[in-house]
Design a protein around this ligand. Structure first.
Ligand SMILES: Cc1cc2nc3c(=O)[nH]c(=O)nc-3n(C[C@H](O)[C@H](O)[C@H](O)COP(=O)(O)O)c2cc1C
Length: 191
């Protein structure tokens, strides 16, 4: 069966981002089901409604990447108990201009990591609320990952077996959700 096109959005622009490491590890776990692309969000201008009439080239590129995606994986840090500004900016550009919402109807898996005990839980909860409002179809369950220095090796493999099993379950359920929605998505794009 053909693989689904997965847009992986990382909510961090930090060079050694632990969320980017987790995102690559998840893409590796899902390689049998997904072709993963990593749309850039760190070069998007700060959202300004005045720019909507003549979208900047970076925004056009980004929205084309979202349009090509069958599914979206968002891996986010938590900043001050909420969604990082970088990611919220990318969410807003995806949602606009009015009538050109890139998120609606797409399946999404939201996860993230932090060194803290609750592993980005509050950022994820805020993001779930936002993305549900924008019409995404979210994978159920909660995947909060507490990051430890040896969690992911330099090849993108998750060393800890119980964390790996926990995440494989999410990736497999996400692949199942995306394949169930695929016929409906194909019909919608043909209409
Ligand atoms: C502005 C800022 C706010 C932060 N707020 C939180 C927070 O609310 N909860 C948390 O667990 N970690 C918080 N952290 C720590 C991040 O979890 C940590 O920097 C992590 O490495 C960020 O992920 P990244 O490496 O993918 O950028 C914060 C970090 C920064 C820079």
């Amino acid at each position: 069966m053909a693989k689904s096109n997965l847009a992986v959005i990382v909510g961090s622009n930090r060079r050694d981002s632990i969320n980017r490491k987790l995102a690559h590890a998840l893409a590796k776990l899902g390689a049998g089901s997904f072709d993963a692309n990593f749309p850039r969000i760190d070069d998007l201008p700060m959202f300004n409604q005045d720019l909507e009439g003549n979208l900047p080239a970076e925004v056009v590129r980004y929205k084309n990447e979202l349009a090509r995606a069958d599914a979206v994986l968002i891996v986010t840090p938590e900043h001050d108990r909420s969604i990082p500004a970088l990611l919220k900016n990318a969410v807003d550009w995806g949602a606009r201009p009015y009538g050109k919402n890139s998120w609606v109807g797409k399946p999404a898996f939201i996860t993230g990591t932090s060194p803290g005990a609750i592993g980005s839980a509050l950022a994820q909860q805020h993001l779930r609320s936002v993305m549900t409002g924008l019409g995404m179809i979210l994978l159920g369950g909660e995947a909060y990952v507490t990051f430890k220095p040896d969690l992911i090796d330099e090849h993108g493999n998750i060393g800890d077996e119980s964390t790996k099993k926990f995440l494989v379950d999410f990736v497999d359920r996400f692949a199942d959700l995306v394949s169930r929605l695929a016929p409906a998505a194909a019909q919608a794009s043909a209409a």
